[in-house]
Design a protein around this ligand. Structure first.
Ligand code: PRX
Length: 680
């Protein structure tokens, strides 16, 4: 058995589940003992959902990066931690061994320190998918700074809001990011975000695309210069292994890897890097915050979900090893972006805590063609592929031609995350990618959860198309009705809640604990409310049916309807708007906006484009409405509340069965809106 906490059979799952519920403290202490703690805990779990207050492994101290890197060096030092696949397939692959990762993370931690970053400071990271992004994340964790990664698809305004909310004083970014044929000018977006900002003291800029940037004196510094300075400050006794190519061949350092000029790649691999920089690993309390990640809710601006060091580490490693049934030496490829929780937990922290090899992909699945993911699988002999239903549906749309000549025989396990997977996509994935020999894990979880909560374990517990199936050990899902009464027995349908805390449950929303209570712990007493609806079949398998609140899931991205409405309403011609989701073949959900706009400057089409542009500016391109329908009024109750239920029906194509409209101020408006529906 490769991991002492790995469940290897259905019986072991059942036994682990039972123990985890009967004796959660004993169960998790048993798992946690397999990690490196600087001080042991005094209490495994203390909690109440009223405040809420959840403490796991209280009293214990650790540094998560020592668990993700240092402790593997003696045995896995020259094994690849990260295999980086660039956007352009002709560019050199970079394989970052555990030794090299250690060296880079220590160096970057020193760079942060040199630039004034201290434990508890917030560092915003806005980068593309390059290994330096992982170094930045782990460098923060090394010195106890709180990282807040922002996805490259968010606009300057969104970044500005997050910087302000987090009180961030430091930014790590790049000149640009490659994304298929496009270059996203990251630094320039950051410059826009910083107009009027008074808190940010330092911006560290990595060179990736050679996009021209304006470096501001006293504020902006180059990543490469800073790394070089550290290299000169504390020359390491040993270079600690190089970045080698995927197939074990020593490689040349790439043009962008300027800071590595003094090291000898691939050489002197015997003794791992042990420099002065090692001492940078700050002793963190288990409950100290590790990172903030912003996510959308049904009201207001995105919330800063806070995860803590100890519980998050234990949960991501435990779920990584069990859900994907990772075996040492396996190559794991999660296609998510590190800007989202999936990338945090299953590209960086979970795999590295387990000493795994994690593939990090800079590009998009359709560039240079729709066979890109399959090429990567073959090139790196990927064993575990973890992707999103929207990517599967989009690739399905290209037919089977992109699969011609692809081997895919290295694959052992497939996974999906982010949204419900429809049966057609599930079967296509099973048949054409897994060749009917790879178990598919349908993993349900959320930013607030830190890691997978409901999923089958690959090859251990049965899969069922479109069902996430069974809870992980330690997770107690229940279904409740609108009044919060538990729905017992099977089958059942209701709102999905969780009864007790698992180690990586959200601790707070940054700077506003009451908001955390309101959003997750106040709807139903003593329960964590997920915001999702679910069904439970005769065998206790869960099927997630989607959000029951005003949150959209567009291509697996969470977007609040209120957020999009606020952005649309910023357009000068707009009086009011209402946004709902509608079924979309590829994205899962599309964004449908009903907009009141008394004067259409330049005509309907121009106004539509202007509104889309406004949303892209305020939130980012990911929130652009797919459809905009101009209306003269919205269906409102006498108290002024918009009846979204009706708008959702119209967006879905319903023309007459709108249910009870008698409470509407002006029922005639419904007919008018239905007539004007923007057809797909
Ligand atoms: O509605 C659920 C859906 O995605 C939401 C969480 O989104 P986010 O915080 O962005 O995290 C996504 C990646 C973990 C959930 O409330 N969701 C996530 N996974 C699944 C899912 N819906 C159905 N099946 C899933 N496997």
């Amino acid at each position: 058995m490769s991991y002492p906490y790995q469940v290897r059979s259905k019986e072991e799952y059942e036994e682990a589940y039972k123990r985890s519920i009967e004796d959660p403290e004993g169960f998790w202490a048993n798992v946690a003992q397999h990690f490196v703690w600087k001080k042991p805990w005094t209490k495994v779990l203390e909690w109440n959902f009223k405040e809420p207050s959840v403490k796991w492994f209280d009293g214990a101290t650790l540094n998560i990066t020592e668990n993700c890197i240092d402790r593997h060096l003696a045995t896995l030092g020259e094994k690849p931690a990260i295999i980086w696949e660039p956007n352009h397939p002709e560019e050199r692959v970079r394989t970052v061994t555990y030794n090299r990762l250690h060296k880079r993370v220590c160096q970057f931690a020193q760079v942060l320190k040199n630039n004034g970053v201290k434990k508890g400071d917030r560092v915003c990271i806005y980068m593309g998918m390059v290994p330096e992004l992982a170094y930045a994340v782990l460098g923060c964790a090394r010195i106890g700074a709180i990282h807040s990664v922002i996805f490259g698809g968010f606009s300057a305004q969104s970044i500005a809001d997050r910087l302000e909310d987090a009180g961030a004083e430091y930014i790590v970014t790049a000149d640009g990011a490659y994304r298929g044929e496009k270059i996203i000018p990251l630094k320039s977006v950051i410059d826009d975000a910083l107009i009027g900002n008074k808190t940010v003291k330092r911006v560290i800029v990595y060179t990736r695309t050679r996009t021209p940037v304006s470096m501001i004196k006293g504020r902006d510094v180059w990543w490469e210069d800073e790394m070089e300075r550290v290299e000169e400050q504390a020359p390491s006794g040993s270079p600690g292994g190089g970045e080698v190519q995927a197939h074990g061949q020593p490689s040349e350092e790439s043009a962008t890897d300027l800071n590595t000029s003094q090291s000898r790649p691939g050489a002197a691999a015997k003794s791992p890097h042990r420099g002065d920089l090692e001492g940078l690993a700050v002793e963190m309390s288990a409950e100290d915050p590790l990172f903030i990640l912003y996510t959308s809710g049904s009201t207001g601006k995105p919330k800063g979900v806070v995860h803590s060091c100890g519980g998050y580490m234990v949960w991501t490693a435990y779920t990584f090893v069990n859900v994907f049934q990772y075996q040492p030496g396996d190559v794991h490829f999660c296609t998510a972006d590190i800007g989202w929780i999936t990338g945090h937990s299953y590209i960086i922290y979970g795999p590295l805590a387990a000493g795994a090899t994690s593939v990090m992909f800079e590009g998009v699945p359709t560039y240079p063609d729709a066979g890109r993911l399959w090429d990567i699988v073959d090139k790196h002999k990927v064993n575990i592929l973890y992707t999103a239903p929207t990517a599967i549906r989009s690739l399905m749309g290209f037919g089977l031609a992109p699969l011609e000549g692809k081997d895919l025989s290295s694959l052992k396990i497939l996974g999906t995350v982010g949204e419900p997977i429809n049966e057609e996509a599930w079967h296509w994935y099973d048949e054409h990618i897994g060749k009917k020999k790879c178990p598919i894990v349908d993993t349900w979880w959320q930013t607030e959860n830190g890691g997978v909560l409901i999923s089958n374990m690959a090859g251990i517990t049965p899969s069922k198309p479109s069902f996430a199936t069974l809870p992980m050990p330690g997770v107690q899902p229940i279904l409740v009705d609108e009044a919060g009464v538990e729905i017992l027995g099977n089958p059942a349908a209701g709102n999905l809640c969780i009864k007790a805390p698992w180690p990586s449950i959200i601790r707070t929303t940054y700077g506003d604990h009451e908001r955390c209570r309101q959003a997750y712990f106040s709807t139903y007493e003593n329960l964590y409310f997920t915001g999702d609806g679910a069904l439970r079949d005769e065998d206790g398998n869960y099927r997630i049916t989607g959000r029951v609140d005003d949150v959209l899931n567009v291509s697996g991205h969470r977007i609040g309807t209120a957020e999009v409405e606020n952005a649309i309403n910023m357009h000068s011609a707009v009086v009011e708007s209402a946004v709902v989701g509608y079924p979309h073949d590829i994205k899962g959900q599309g964004i449908y906006a009903f907009v009141i706009c008394p004067e259409l400057h330049g005509g309907e089409e121009a106004t539509r484009l202007n509104i889309i542009q406004t949303v892209a500016r305020i939130i980012g391109p990911i929130a652009k409405p797919d459809k905009i329908q101009f209306v003269s009024g919205l269906p409102k109750t006498r108290s002024g509340k918009i009846m979204r239920r009706i708008l959702r029906k119209i967006a879905e194509g319903e023309t007459s069965a709108f249910g009870d409209t008698s409470t509407l101020l002006d029922p005639s408006v419904v007919e008018e809106i239905a007539k004007g529906r923007t057809l797909p």
